[in-house]
Ligand binder design. Structure first.
Ligand code: PEP
Length: 254
């Protein structure tokens, strides 16, 4: 089985209700590109409004707390985002790791909590520029990812997606070379197969993220083991985001 390319927009801390028109346009365009699975993670405040309007795209969140509830002012649980209409959650994004000092163990706890709430999860990993320059990118990412994945997921593997996002490529306009992307995705695939076995480990989609745009999407998305893209800046307008989805639909697997 080969899954459709998965193109996920991460709106980060962008978007008020005025942006719902973009979400609607993305949803309408996604209905014409069924070879690609399109999803959007708006800020929490827009999850329910986007969910109410969307007929085709998946709607998700950019984070959740690991606890089911309780005295955590300003936080939101996996069950709450599911109740708002989210079907998935992005976890361990490098901006969460940097801005909120999130360690692998907390990403793992959030992943377990999200799965328990019935959500799909996108677990992010990626190295800094210093780590890449030191030649340790592959070992760093594999260790980070292994420690961030849920302890037990065997019966929910279809709910897991990985996003490899080199930190130095996020929002910078720089992208990793196709050779580096292929190497890292191949290593992540090998890790997934080692953890979950050939049959299941080879089905988990591995997205690339880091300055993906309509202009570079075709090349990146046709790289071996790249199952889609996690897109920040270029997901903010329907035109650029769906330009990426269009490129995904034209890859061999799409
Ligand atoms: C991201 O935030 O996940 C991301 C990849 O951002 P950008 O596409 O803007 O680099």
């Amino acid at each position: 089985m080969s899954l459709r390319p998965y193109i996920v927009g991460n709106w980060k801390m962008h978007g008020t209700r005025a942006m719902l028109s973009e979400a609607r346009a993305i949803d309408r365009a996604a209905q014409r590109h069924m070879k690609v699975e399109v999803a959007l993670a708006p800020p929490y405040t827009l999850i329910h409004p986007v969910h109410r309007e969307a007929e085709q795209i998946g709607v998700g969140a950019q984070d959740c707390h690991d606890a089911d509830g309780g005295a955590h002012t300003g936080d939101i649980s996996a069950a709450m985002i599911a109740d708002a209409g989210a079907k998935f959650v992005i976890l361990g994004h490098s901006e969460r790791r940097q801005d909120h000092n999130e360690k692998d163990a907390i990403v793992r706890a959030k992943a377990e909590s999200a799965l328990a709430a019935g959500l799909r999860i996108i677990v992010c990993c990626g190295e800094s520029e210093a780590t890449r320059d030191s030649g340790r990118a592959v070992s760093f990412v594999k260790k980070q990812l292994k420690a961030s994945l849920p302890e037990r997921i065997d019966n929910a593997l279809e709910k897991l997606t990985i996003a490899y996002e080199p930190i130095w490529a996020i929002g910078t306009g720089k992208t990793a070379t196709v050779e580096d992307i292929a190497e890292m995705h191949g290593e992540i695939r090998a890790l997934l197969i080692a953890l979950y076995g050939e049959e299941h480990g080879s089905e988990v989609r591995i997205l690339y993220g880091g300055s993906v745009k309509p202009e570079n999407a075709a090349e990146i998305l046709s790289t071996a083991q790249v199952g889609g893209a996690l897109v920040g800046g270029a997901s903010l307008t329907a035109d650029s985001f769906m330009g990426i989805a269009l490129a995904a639909g034209e890859t061999d697997e799409g």
